[in-house]
Design a protein around this ligand. Structure first.
Ligand code: C2E
Ligand code: CA
Ligand code: CA
Ligand code: CA
Length: 277
């Protein structure tokens, strides 16, 4: 087995033979998608404990004319390996800001925030903070309406610099969420070191909530959050029992198919008008 760039193992070299050919085709198609603006941003509601929508997570979609809907789990890693993630990330940010602007006029009663996923590669760019700041400034969106979701991957580069950037972003008024908490190698040390506002408890814990060990872990994560003044969000809430259980443990917000999947912009607006006119 060979170790590939980002620490994943492949049974054979991904750059040889059939797999390599498919990968090159996908890469080519992804470049075209970027040029032709084939991507869409969809929005999944974030709920509070009164079942009110307090925001949405922006999730990228690639409806490819040739391949059908390509899942982000399939093309984001490729975009990261090829550097296309920078252009995609810029597109996502601009799209998100445009959407927030439209919500201000189309959904005046909705003052929720929009949270976007930021790849560690984007975050590592030296000009990340300044270019983000100027984009937000131009759009005239209050900084607190935007939240950035980062993963433990941001710590793979310079640790001090990462923390410094996070502090700068928070000073600007942006919210920072630590995504997928509990997966990978994430540890309590991240909570100690990283200045964050929100902790997203990974879906895998929520789906196992009926089991004793995951339940205790989720309970512990929520109470750590409370003590550290960090809001907790449960991802992948699919059932009423999961929801009421999480509420009773003091979880702050909730996201999952129980409330809604990610919706395209039009469907999201309709959903908001229906649920909180
Ligand atoms: P994520 O950030 O952890 O996003 C949550 C994923 O869980 C989304 O998958 C969402 O559709 C799915 N999900 C939400 N509720 C439920 C539920 O109740 N049950 C189940 N089974 N799944 C649920 P999606 O949209 O396929 O995104 C997959 C991953 O791709 C994301 O995971 C994120 O890591 C990445 N991604 C998506 N959009 C972007 C983007 O704009 N930029 C970057 N860098 N990464 C993105
Ligand atoms: Ca996320
Ligand atoms: Ca997540
Ligand atoms: Ca994930």
């Amino acid at each position: 087995a060979k170790k590939s760039g980002r620490g994943r193992f492949h049974l054979y070299d991904p750059r040889s033979g059939e797999e390599s050919r498919l990968r090159q085709q996908l890469e080519q198609a992804l470049r075209q998608a970027l040029l032709n603006e084939q991507f869409e941003l969809h929005y999944q509601p974030l709920m509070d404990s009164n079942r009110r929508c307090i925001g949405a997570e922006a999730l990228i979609r690639w409806p490819s004319p040739e391949r059908g809907m390509v899942a982000p789990d399939r093309f984001i890693p490729l975009a990261e390996e090829t550097g296309m993630i920078h252009a995609i990330g810029d597109w996502v940010l601009q799209q998100a800001l445009n959407r927030l602007q439209r919500w201000q006029t189309e959904l005046p009663g909705f003052d929720g925030y929009l949270t976007i996923n930021v790849s560690p590669w984007q975050f590592a760019r030296p000009d990340f903070v300044t270019s983000l700041h100027s984009a937000i400034h131009k759009s005239n969106i209050p900084h607190h309406r935007l939240c950035l979701e980062i993963t433990e991957g941001v710590l793979l580069t310079d640790r001090e610099e990462t923390i410094d950037k996070l502090n700068q972003l928070r000073k600007l008024g942006l919210m920072i969420a630590l995504d997928d908490f509990g997966t990978g190698y994430s540890s309590l040390a991240y909570l100690r070191d990283l200045p964050i506002d929100v902790l997203k408890i990974d879906r895998s814990f929520i789906s196992d909530l009926q089991l004793e060990a995951p339940r205790h872990l989720v309970d512990a994560i929520i109470s750590i959050g409370r003590h550290m003044n960090i809001k907790t969000v449960a991802e992948g809430v699919e059932t009423e029992p999961q929801w009421s259980h999480l509420k009773s443990m003091g979880c702050d917000s909730f996201q999952g198919y129980l409330f809604s999947p990610a919706l395209n912009a039009e469907a999201f607006s309709r959903w908001i008008r229906q649920h909180q006119p």
